[in-house]
Ligand binder design. Structure first.
Ligand SMILES: [Zn+2]
Length: 186
């Protein structure tokens, strides 16, 4: 990861586990690093927070790392006008087969649930469902819609599930996937 940043950084120090500080020679390469997010290490994403060296040093707990710039692909607008059919199972291959999408960069709060789809109203009687794919994001939970973990490692779902079973209540509303897999896979 560090190597791909080129020779423009001055110094990278790991001053707490998985917490690095990079110093740059000038603003330009630093802006490049911020604008070219998301950076990845394997299937993990690196969260970046900018600090001003002229200001007082922050404490580790002052860093929130809650913002990530993510290129998003918006599918479904160009090739699909109308409602998803209620007679046909919507599969990713149907939806993404034509491969036409709109690309944009979203500033995402990583502490909040992301959207897997948006409804766009075109006219009073027409609306489109568009589907959102997040580029280079290794994991988004298909159950709670929050980045950086998967539903398999989401203990709250398991707890909710066991609680319902114990009370002999329905678990129909707690499936593995409440959010579409297309968020990370296409
Ligand atoms: Zn989750």
């Amino acid at each position: 990861m560090a190597r791909s940043w080129g020779r423009n950084y001055h110094l990278i120090v790991e001053f707490a586990p998985n917490l690095f500080m990079a110093q740059f020679h000038s603003a330009e390469p630093m802006h490049f690093v911020i604008a070219k997010q998301p950076w990845t290490m394997g299937s993990n994403n690196l969260l970046i927070e900018w600090i001003n060296p002229d200001e007082d040093r922050k404490f580790n707990e002052d860093y929130t790392f809650e913002t990530l710039y993510v290129p998003i692909r918006i599918y479904g607008i160009l090739c699909k006008i109308g409602e998803p059919s209620d007679l046909h199972l919507l599969t990713e291959s149907m939806l993404f087969a034509k491969g036409s999408y709109i690309l944009g960069i979203a500033k995402v709060n990583v502490l909040k649930t992301v959207k897997d789809r948006v409804r766009l109203t075109i006219t009073e009687s027409t609306s489109i469902t568009a589907y959102i794919h997040y580029e280079k994001i290794g994991r988004i939970c298909n159950f709670c819609g929050i980045m950086f973990h998967t539903v398999l490692h989401y203990s709250k779902r398991r707890e909710l599930f066991m609680e319902r079973i114990a009370k002999k209540q329905s678990v129909a509303d707690i499936p593995f996937e409440r959010f579409g897999k297309w968020m990370t896979e296409i």
